[in-house]
Design a protein around this ligand. Structure first.
Ligand code: 2M8
Length: 442
């Protein structure tokens, strides 16, 4: 009964639909993003899922994050996938026999009893943990939720700050296109062009069993993903030793790092630890984000390719460059420029579906159906909604909230939608779409 106490309003339809998706995707300890396409636990999905679960069952919200952080490596990294041993190997690629975490990652303290991937995803977890705590502080304190999670979250952030500052400029770098979560963003086309793809016959894509090929990354992309992951694995997942043929600073990843570092300061205060170090790091990261990734002329944050010549800024306009709206304390002119970019012709927030696309509507690589090359995604629109509130434009946030709820419920909680027509794409009954619907319904 705890699970289905819907508010007695006409919003019940959306609320019930979203709640049913979460309940249907729950495995007992965590929630799958999709029963078909993604049958394991994903790192940043789990954070968004917990943010939704807190409205249905604060206990499950806590379990979601606890099970993910339970698979943390000794070096502090939180793996991007925690594999469910009861799912057949062929159901998802790359499977545990590819990553071989417990063997290949042993030197980095990979868990011995659970198999995981060896790469990471955006650090939304401390933010999620704080929001989960705030939903029901009493049950959170009774279960010692934050007391148990705080040291793990702190080590996760330390890993990013100490092992992933590959550019030595104060930001965390990502070393695989799966790490920023926007797998086939046009931003990665340049850096990936240098990577020799793995031989096509050496692996089998399971995603095409469930998803339309035109909605997914290409075979050439996959060849490169496989090559990069295999090289990292063969270096024992050691960041100091791996070749890191792909190394990029991403504004979405680092904005979430900053927001989570501020959340960690609040968590520290709640558990009786010192917040000052977290606040100082959040401020340092913010300065580095502005110094290294802000493109004042374009009014957007860029990704930086650490292997390119010159300033390395990648000349592609991705929605990743607008997510820093969630960062507190940005200079006024930067916020104004971001808002202009968001509502101008490149992202047209408020037009058509009302949602922000994942990539520049006027960009040369824009494709309204192919994954992270144009479609509108619900987690990113949730972050932008939050950013608009933080930056003091509640009318814009309200409009985006309505557009989100309309598209999410109307699409059957699709993984992503065509930003021009609202046509559902990818998986249906998708975890974070449902979870963040619950959050916006409040
Ligand atoms: C997508 O990525 C996975 C690889 O991690 C895949 O394509 O198989 C991305 O959308 C990523 O952001 C997301 O976390 C994951 C699961 O929903 O799917």
């Amino acid at each position: 009964t705890e699970l289905l106490q819907a508010p007695a309003t006409t919003r019940d339809g959306a609320w019930r639909g979203a709640a049913e998706v979460l309940i249907g995707n729950w495995t007992g300890t965590s929630t799958v993003p999709s029963r078909s396409l993604y049958p394991h636990q994903w790192s940043w999905d789990s954070a968004f899922l917990a943010i939704g679960w807190r409205h249905l069952s604060p206990r499950r919200a806590q379990r979601e994050l606890e099970s993910l952080l339970g698979a943390q490596w000794g070096d502090g990294r939180v793996p991007h996938i925690v594999f469910n041993p009861s799912v057949p190997l062929g159901a998802y690629f790359p499977s545990p026999d590819f990553w071989r975490s417990s063997a290949a990652g042993a030197g980095r303290g990979a868990p011995a009893t659970v198999e995981t991937s060896g790469i990471v995803q955006p650090p939304v977890h401390a933010l999620a943990a704080l929001l989960v705590h705030e939903a029901d502080p009493e049950i959170s304190r009774r279960r010692g939720f934050l007391t148990r999670l705080y040291p793990r979250l702190a080590r996760w952030h330390d890993y990013l700050a100490r092992r992933r500052d590959l550019g030595r400029g104060g930001l965390a770098a990502v070393v695989h296109p799966w790490e920023p979560g926007m797998d086939n963003s046009p931003c990665w086309d340049g850096p990936l062009a240098r990577i020799e793809p793995a031989e096509p016959g050496t692996f089998r894509r399971a995603d095409l069993d469930h998803g339309a090929a035109t909605d997914r990354p290409t075979d050439l992309d996959y060849g490169r993903y496989v090559r990069l992951a295999a090289e990292y694995r063969d270096a024992g997942y050691d960041d100091a030793a791996a070749p890191h043929g792909f190394a990029v600073e991403d504004p979405n990843f680092n904005a979430l790092f900053i927001a989570s570092e501020y959340a960690l300061a609040e968590i520290a205060a709640e558990v009786g630890a010192a917040p000052a170090g977290h606040l100082a790091r959040a401020e340092r990261l913010t300065r580095a984000l502005l110094d290294r990734l802000w493109d004042a002329e374009a009014g957007v944050f860029r990704c930086r390719d650490l292997h390119a010549g010159g300033d390395g800024l990648i000349p592609e306009t991705s929605v990743a460059g607008l997510v820093p709206l969630i960062v507190p304390g940005l200079p006024g002119p930067v916020v104004d420029a971001l808002l202009r970019t968001l509502t101008g012709p490149h992202f047209a927030l408020g037009d058509r579906t009302g949602l922000a696309p994942s990539y520049d509507l006027r960009g040369h690589a824009f494709d309204p159906s192919r994954y992270w090359r144009g479609p509108a995604w619900f987690n990113i629109n949730w972050l932008i909604e939050r950013g608009l509130r933080l930056q003091g434009v509640p009318e814009r946030a309200d409009a985006l909230r309505s557009a989100f709820l309309r598209s999410a419920a109307g699409s059957g909680y699709a993984e992503y939608v065509d930003p021009l027509t609202g046509e559902p794409r990818g998986a249906r009954r998708f975890g974070w779409t449902a979870a963040l619907t619950l959050d916006l319904l409040g």
